[in-house]
Design a protein around this ligand. Structure first.
Ligand code: HEC
Length: 189
């Protein structure tokens, strides 16, 4: 099994670290919370980039934070390095990922990114291109989001059962779940 740290290193640069969480994102997130609360009953168009930045990435970081500090020699989770608080952190973050996956799977439509949050670096895939990828097959995105929710749900269950072997496997496999969707909708060949 691969080390969690290697998995982290294999992810695109943007996924690593928190440098992408700019102060402006936090301000926007407060504003969005109001919008989200008042829009609950209406069919929602989901902002994929904001969802990745504000919900998916922080929750995944919280899981890696625990996982990377509790590795055994095989790259799995050593239960002796875990405690109740760490298991709870994994379970809660996995719950959040499951909730995001369900929100994505149930969204009425998608925007790749909000107009004020569409900048990308030189040579990176534009948000307009991502929008085209999504518009080409939104049902496929929802399917992958549902699979992602299911995977996260199983991780939450394993963490609550303090089942280190299963949780370690599910965390390691999560990389592939993220990547499958990114390879199709973010930077397809
Ligand atoms: C169902 C599809 C899907 C899944 C599952 C998914 N993503 Fe994404 N993600 C996207 C798309 C589409 C983009 C491209 C838009 C963008 O760059 O924000 C993206 C972009 C991102 C970005 C870049 C945000 C930015 O600043 O542009 C990060 C970070 C990210 N995802 C993290 C993750 C992680 C971590 C996971 C797994 C725990 C994950 N994603 C799972 C669809 C998905």
């Amino acid at each position: 099994m691969r080390q969690l740290s290697q998995i982290k290193a294999a992810l695109p640069q943007a996924v690593q670290g928190s440098s992408m969480i700019k102060p402006s994102v936090f301000v926007a997130s407060t504003a969005l919370a109001f919008v989200a609360a008042s829009a609950l009953a209406q069919p929602a168009t989901l902002d994929v980039r904001a969802t990745m930045q504000q919900r998916v990435n922080p929750a995944m970081m919280a899981i890696w934070d625990v996982g990377n500090n509790a590795l055994n020699d095989e790259g799995g989770i050593d239960p002796k390095l875990m405690d109740g608080a760490k298991w709870a952190q994994v379970a809660e973050a996995a719950d959040q990922l499951a909730a995001v996956g369900k929100d994505m799977a149930g969204a009425q439509g998608f925007i790749a990114a909000a107009p004020g949050n569409s900048e990308v670096g030189d040579g990176e895939i534009t948000m307009a291109a991502v929008q085209q990828h999504i518009d080409g097959d939104p049902a496929g995105l929802k399917q992958m989001a549902a699979a992602f929710a299911d995977h996260a749900q199983r991780l939450a269950t394993a963490a609550r059962a303090k089942d280190a072997a299963t949780a370690g496997d599910l965390i390691a496999e999560m990389d592939g779940v993220c990547e499958t969707c990114h390879a199709r909708y973010w930077y397809p060949e």
